[in-house]
Ligand binder design. Structure first.
Ligand SMILES: O=C(O)[C@@H](CO)OP(=O)(O)O
Ligand SMILES: [Mg+2]
Length: 425
């Protein structure tokens, strides 16, 4: 049974390490009937400038191991005081009270990391002994298991190589079930390792568990992926294993040009390049193909490729319902990446997802490059019927924790549908 009303006797927080070895926050709430619920918050490296503020101690350099003791203090001070002050009739009620207490448009005062940790733990308190995904499923939404998108080759700010595109993902779109998709992902990952080894390339890993060889041209990587898919015994394409890209292009956009493998490209050069890539390779989804402040380029990209390729906004939309609404109005992109810590509460994440559903935008729920073993996003993606998840390579504990949680959900409820959602189904 879920709880319809929750009161808390304690709220505490701890600074822990994420998968990159940087400090992040873990929150534990204790209900009046003495049950404890915890949640840990991930942390990005290629962040959008309009993301809710991740509070770090000392200075604004977020990625040099700066602590989160200030965020911990905010949980144990003002947020604890708020949570203990009354009982709560819903998660939304608690989230809105925290947003109001923070009082800034981007959670800069208390920290989105502090607020999200509490929000996730409170969600678990409401779910009680009901599976989290069941509790989170909005009225009228059919829960479904997602197509996993495995980031098997890393570049950009997630790896030490000179590859500018950040993520090369494989998506087993043709798999009949989630467990089969996971098996396919693991098989292709393993065959890719063999191919890289045979070529004498490095099989060292990037932040999300994908290989990080010294290859600079995206097309060379795509050729290797097709080879790996076929060597694993799957057709490369929508009927078998397709490819999804996240160049995270805001990271290599400077002074109006995209710097790719030593060349300075305009938005239109990039669009032409993506068109050619989509002709030559089974790339079904493209995230952040253009930069977060290149809205005009995005409009043209959407006109040119939106009919055939899923165009996902991450840095540009930052899971923010107001920005996603602007994108819908301007016909920018046709899908949104969903990361709870970009917006800072579970309720606003669900709002962003509801907006996507009503506008016919597809959604991919996503981990961050700095992760923890917390599996909240696995339940979230099932609950919201989003149909797509990215959680890195099918290797490394903090990544496979999410995939393994989905295996558990699939095993516990064999009637859950699987696969892409909405019009892509
Ligand atoms: O760009 C992205 O989509 C993410 C997750 O893969 O990276 P980061 O968490 O570093 O923003
Ligand atoms: Mg991204």
């Amino acid at each position: 049974m879920t709880r319809s009303n929750v009161g808390f006797s304690q709220v505490s927080a701890l600074e822990i390490l994420d998968s990159r070895g940087n400090p992040t926050i873990k929150v534990t709430v204790t209900t009046l009937d003495d049950h404890q619920y915890s949640a840990a918050v991930p942390s990005g490296a290629s962040t959008g400038t309009r993301e809710a503020v991740e509070l770090r101690d000392g200075d604004t350099d977020r990625y040099s191991g700066k602590g989160v003791l200030h965020a911990v203090a905010n949980v144990q001070g003002p947020l604890r005081e708020l949570l203990l002050s009354r009982s709560w009739g819903s998660l939304a009620e608690a989230d809105h009270a925290m947003i109001e207490l923070d009082g800034t448009p981007n959670k800069a005062r208390l920290g989105a990391n502090a607020i999200l940790g509490v929000s996730m733990a409170v969600a678990r308190a409401f779910a009680a002994d009901t599976p989290l995904w069941e509790y989170l499923t909005p009225a009228g939404v059919t829960a479904r298991l997602p197509v996993p998108h495995f980031n098997v080759l890393n570049g950009g700010v997630h790896a030490a190589n000179d590859l500018d595109f950040q993520e090369f993902m494989i998506a087993p779109l043709g798999a009949p079930s989630f467990p089969e998709a996971l098996r396919a992902g693991a098989a292709v990952y393993s065959s890719l390792r063999g191919i890289l080894r045979a070529r004498g390339d490095s099989t060292g890993l990037g932040d999300e568990g994908g290989f990080a060889p010294d290859i600079t041209q995206p097309e060379d990587v795509l050729r290797l992926l097709v080879e790996a898919i076929e060597a694993a015994g799957y057709p490369a394409g929508m009927d078998g294993v397709a490819i999804a890209l996240d160049p995270a292009s805001s990271e290599f956009y400077r002074d109006g040009f995209y710097q790719v493998a030593g060349e300075a490209l305009t938005s239109d050069d990039m669009i032409a390049r993506y068109e050619q890539i989509a002709r030559d390779f089974p790339v079904w989804s493209l995230e952040d193909g253009l930069a977060e402040d290149d809205w005009d380029g995005w409009e043209r990209l959407t006109r040119r490729l939106g009919g055939t390729v899923q165009l996902v906004g991450d840095d540009i939309f930052v899971t923010n319902p107001a920005i996603i609404q602007q994108a819908i109005d301007r016909e920018v992109g046709n899908a949104a990446l969903i990361k709870p810590n970009q917006i800072g509460t579970v309720t606003e994440t669900l709002d962003a997802q509801a907006l996507c559903r009503s506008a016919g935008y597809d959604q991919m729920v996503s981990h961050r490059s700095g992760e923890t073993p917390d599996t909240f996003i696995a339940d979230l993606v099932v609950a919201t019927g989003a149909g797509e998840l990215k959680s890195g390579a099918p290797a490394r504990g903090e990544r496979v924790a999410k995939y393994n949680r989905l295996l558990e959900i699939a095993a516990a409820d064999p009637r859950l549908p699987y696969g892409l959602a909405g019009h892509r189904r």
